[in-house]
Design a protein. Structure first.
Length: 202
């Protein structure tokens, strides 16, 4: 008797990392649904999650990979509205997304939440991307709180890749991209997807 495929839902599925995760999990045998909605609008998120559950009957994995376009400005000068937008997607978007899937996971007494942050949070230098990094710190804090709240039935993990040369960094001149990849840990979207796959098997 064949086992029913697990179901994974993903925010940010149209980005470089998101597309790689979708492809990898499909190869791993998951039903994967990349949410087509604005994660800053809770009604759209809840409707998309409910539609996925109605279609497949369960939600086993939720991965938050959505991110706003980068604003390369320091905290001392960034427009507060631009700063806030980073939080709306990376932090508040994650909160709404995870709250939307949790009733289904709690009902089945199992599930796995994963948030994509960045290795840049662990460095001691300024990147000039204050809004992005502060929002990712908030996401890390959210994952920490959920890890304590939801154990042992629901797992919560963080994936923190190094520099990933996707369209998120398309504004960088090629020479700058080369400089970064030579001096800092860098990964391909596929390598990040491999980490997610291994986490789900652990």
């Amino acid at each position: 008797m064949s086992m029913k495929p697990k179901v994974a839902v993903l925010s940010g599925g149209r980005g470089g990392i998101g597309r790689a995760i979708v492809s990898r999990l499909e190869k791993d045998g998951y039903h994967v649904c990349a949410l087509v909605c604005d994660v800053t609008k809770s009604e759209e998120v809840y409707a998309a999650v409910a539609k996925t559950h109605a279609q497949f009957g369960s939600i086993d994995v939720a991965i938050h990979a959505a991110v706003s376009p980068l604003v390369r400005e320091r905290a001392s000068v960034i427009d507060p509205l631009k700063f806030r937008q980073q939080f709306e997607v990376a932090a508040f978007g994650a909160l709404v997304f995870f709250q939307a899937v949790l009733p289904y996971m709690r009902a089945q007494k199992s599930g796995h939440l994963i948030g994509i942050t960045t290795k840049a949070l662990d460095t001691d230098t300024s990147s000039g991307m204050s809004g992005y990094l502060c929002a990712k710190f908030a996401l890390r804090g959210l994952l920490r709180e959920l890890r304590f709240e939801l154990a042992p039935d629901i797992r919560v993990d963080e994936v923190s890749p190094g520099f990933v040369p996707t369209t998120l960094h398309a504004d960088l001149p090629e020479a700058v991209r080369a400089f970064i990849t030579e001096r800092a840990p860098s990964q391909t979207p596929g390598e990040v997807a491999d980490i997610v796959s291994k986490l789900l098997l652990a």
